[in-house]
Design a protein. Structure first.
Length: 374
């Protein structure tokens, strides 16, 4: 039985099904509501905390020891964390790493995020796997459980993208390929990957119209990752639909789902989602398997692809779900996972090179649909 630091406050995680976990608080104190999910990564907790796709969620790490290398300035995917709460079996109070600028508890407290440790994260993960993701509240207060459960009956907001997109256009000057990146909650790794390939990157808010994007005369458009249900963003679906056939498009995660919806396919919610850094994905074009980083609760419904102009290009080897699509006629393609995260580490890095090639082919007048999309 793991002992607790008695100087720390008791915390509780209450799930909407009535399950209650009691542990010890670290980070901030107070009360926070969110959707409880789990991530299977052994490392990368700082990237998880700062990934805007986790906005509105209480994240459980399945690896038992978290925080042992502290936090640093190099592993940020955004300026501040987006999670609503953080759940671990054990956290390291005294980190050890030459890049560390502080402890995990210090970082969470600084940003007002409640952490809970000392609970049975295996039991929690099994509950999520069997019943699906659930609403939950993480609290250090003495509020009665029945009051917390009553509060969980209220629906959660569905405007997550508006909380994480950029509020204004900004530019990251680079080379001679101009890419407009639609920010639905974009990780900084996406911009780094484009800049590393001689791109001049213009980042625009999620509500930017197709006409406003095309006014930048881009050679390509990047559709980023982001939180929530893609069907809650009809404005983005409309924009993507108007971009098809007018400029090369590459979508990842939420951007992938928006391409599918714009082309007439459907999306659906997974029971507990894909969140981790070791998901195997098969490229049907080459037969190769890539180890991928993933963070999503929705997927494209494979049964909805017939009748669209989309072709399945990648499949998840664990559950057979859709992981990649390409358009039959236009230089438009997408993947459900995060190639910029590089867990392989370079298994999926070539997807950005493929995007570069498609932009160059269109610029030089030699674009033709790829053989696998006929």
């Amino acid at each position: 039985m793991m002992g607790f630091d008695t100087s720390r406050r008791t915390a509780r995680l209450v799930l909407e099904n009535g399950l209650v976990f009691t542990g010890m608080n670290f980070g901030a104190t107070g009360q926070s509501f969110g959707e409880v999910v789990f991530n299977t990564g052994m490392t990368g907790y700082q990237e998880v905390l700062t990934d805007p796709s986790y906005y509105g969620q209480i994240v459980t790490m399945t690896y038992p020891l978290i925080g042992n290398y502290g936090v640093n300035v190099d592993d940020m995917e955004a300026l501040r964390p987006s999670v609503r709460g953080f759940v671990v079996r054990e956290f390291a109070e005294v980190p050890s790493h030459f890049k560390s600028v502080g402890s995990l508890s210090w970082y969470l407290e600084k940003h007002g995020i409640i952490g809970i440790s000392g609970i049975d994260t295996r039991r929690l993960t099994k509950a999520i796997r069997s019943e699906g993701t659930m609403k939950a509240v993480l609290t250090t207060e003495d509020t009665p459980v029945d009051e917390l459960l009553a509060a969980l009956e209220a629906p959660f907001p569905r405007d997550q993208i508006h909380h994480v997109t950029t509020s204004k256009v900004y530019r990251c000057p680079g080379g001679n390929r101009r890419v407009v990146a639609m920010d639905f909650g974009m990780k900084s790794g996406v911009v780094r990957s484009l800049l590393a390939r001689d791109c001049d990157v213009v980042v625009v808010p999620a509500t930017t119209t197709a006409e406003e994007i095309l006014a930048w005369q881009p050679h390509g458009v990047m559709l980023s990752n982001g939180p929530g249900n893609p069907e809650d963003a009809p404005y983005a679906i409309k924009t993507v639909r108007r971009l098809l056939g007018r400029v090369p498009v590459f979508g990842i995660c939420l951007g992938h789902q928006l391409i599918a919806l714009a082309c007439g396919a459907r999306t659906k919610k997974l029971r507990f989602g894909h969140r981790g850094a070791n998901h195997p994905v098969k490229d049907l074009r080459t037969g190769k398997i890539a180890i991928t980083s993933q963070n999503h609760g929705y997927v494209v419904d494979a049964d909805s692809l017939p009748g669209t102009e989309l072709v399945l290009t990648h499949v998840n080897q664990n559950d057979g779900t859709v992981e990649g699509l390409a358009h039959r006629r236009f230089p438009v393609f997408s993947v459900q996972y995060h190639p910029e995260a590089r867990p392989g580490p370079d298994d999926s890095d070539g997807l950005f090179d493929e995007f570069m090639q498609r932009m160059d082919d269109v610029r030089e007048g030699r674009w033709t649909p790829h053989a696998e999309t006929h």
